[in-house]
Write a protein that binds this ligand. Structure first.
Ligand code: UD1
Ligand code: UDP
Length: 376
């Protein structure tokens, strides 16, 4: 059976790396790795860390690309590659433009699709945008649905996806995290920009780690987030706010405008994956709108405040280690301030729980694909 694995952005590469490694180890399947290059600088350190060199790179990224132009280019370039390699199966992950468009091109070319991280839903097409619609459409196309949790599986069954095609495996992000966190500790990896927080004069300081990039938060949302961080930094001069800025210009412009001049706010470039894990471990709490960070943070025992109004990842919410705070300035300020000053509330949230898997998701997925290869 010929298999193609495709990714384009940072989180897809992180979450597909364990599957690529497992397929390589297995040696049974004929594997081609395709990068659409939807991301460029943010993808490179991930590929380096996991030692993955794509067989094809579609080099799609353009500065401030629109979803339509990115999609059009992806359709055109991917079809050429798929025709050349004629895979029996395309493995795609998540809910990005790369994930949806590659599933569509596979479908048009009668190539079966395996969807990793299937069944996540908010039931709000505008949040996250465009990801909620992307993942719904992939579910209409896919032949194998690898759902991280029972809740994700139930969402798919409610949409009449055939039961036999849905497999609960956990999320491969935990495979990637466990593999990487062990190396981070062993090799004492930390971001060079944060050296003072690990070995220097700022070792005892509290550190709030921030990430944010959701398109539905552009404009008003990012202004609320930036104003909140500014106010918190001013009223907590002993706390440091570390923000590895996503390279999307819509994020960069607003955040830099509001936060560049503060002594205790560090705006830094996106971190490599091990460096980011190290920063998460060192942090007191994490403020984010990221999907992946919502899955990784709870396993590290860090309170996660999610700057969104809803989440497709209710599992950690249920355990109380994740809380939704939206993008409203005063809601963010109150939630962060509470965690910084109330030990009881902090300790309640800082429990290590891991509802997203045990680190064997990739193994399970590859063995299911082998077992069921007659269906392809
Ligand atoms: C994309 C995904 C989102 C995912 C996120 C992960 C879509 C529609 N969005 O959002 O689901 O959560 O990636 O980070 O698929 N840029 C660079 N260098 C890079 C990467 C991005 O300069 O390495 C800049 C470019 O100007 C690019 C812009 O960011 O045009 C937007 O990138 P894009 O992949 O379209 O959207 P993201 O906001 O990154
Ligand atoms: N991440 C990283 N460097 C950073 C910020 C995040 O390697 O500076 C990792 C993080 O550990 C997680 C993934 O990137 O695994 C999340 O990516 P992102 O937030 O861009 O996308 P999402 O998960 O929201 O789709």
């Amino acid at each position: 059976m010929k298999v193609a694995v495709i990714f384009g952005t940072r989180p897809e590469a992180i979450k597909l790396a364990p599957i690529i490694k497992e397929l390589e180890k297995n040696g049974f399947l004929d594997v081609t790795v395709i990068s659409t290059g939807q991301h460029k600088e943010m993808l490179e350190p991930i590929l380096e860390w996991f030692e993955i060199s794509p067989d094809y790179d579609l080099e799609l990224m353009k500065p401030n690309q629109t979803l339509s132009s990115l999609s059009a280019l992806c359709i055109e370039r991917l079809e050429v590659v798929l025709n050349k390699i004629s895979p029996d199966l395309l493995i795609t992950q998540g809910d990005t433009t790369t994930a949806f468009i590659s599933s569509l091109v596979a479908f048009y070319n009668k190539i079966k699709v395996a969807h990793v991280e299937a069944g996540l839903r908010t039931y709000n097409n505008l949040s996250p945008w465009p990801e909620e619609v992307n993942r719904n459409l992939i579910s209409k196309i896919a032949d194998f649905h690898f759902a991280p949790t029972d809740n994700n599986k139930n969402n798919l069954l409610q949409e009449n996806v055939t039961k036999e095609k849905v497999f609960v495996t956990g999320n491969t992000v935990i495979d990637a995290l466990l593999f990487s966190a062990e190396k981070v500790t062993k090799e004492n990896i930390y971001p060079e920009e944060l050296e003072a927080f690990f070995t220097g004069g700022l070792k005892e300081k509290k550190l709030v780690l921030i990430t944010g990039h959701r398109r539905e938060n552009f404009g008003k949302g990012f202004i609320g987030i930036s104003e909140a961080i500014r106010a918190l930094a001013n009223s907590n001069p002993n706390v440091y706010f570390i923000y590895p800025l996503h390279l999307n210009p819509n994020v960069q412009e607003t955040v830099r405008e509001y936060l560049s001049d503060l002594e205790n706010v560090k705006l830094i470039k996106p971190l490599g994956y091990p460096e980011f894990i190290s920063a998460m471990k060192r942090s007191t709490l994490i403020l984010t709108d990221s999907g992946g960070v919502q899955e990784e943070g709870p396993g590290l025992g860090k309170p996660i405040l999610v700057m969104r109004d809803n989440t497709e990842r209710p599992e950690a919410l249920k355990h109380g280690t994740v809380k939704l705070v939206g993008t409203n300035k005063s809601n963010i300020i109150n939630a962060v301030q509470e965690l910084l000053s109330n030990k009881e509330i902090y300790d309640k949230m800082a429990n290590a729980v891991n509802p997203y898997g045990d680190g064997t998701a990739a193994k399970q997925i590859v063995s299911i694909l082998q077992e069921k290869k007659n269906l392809v």
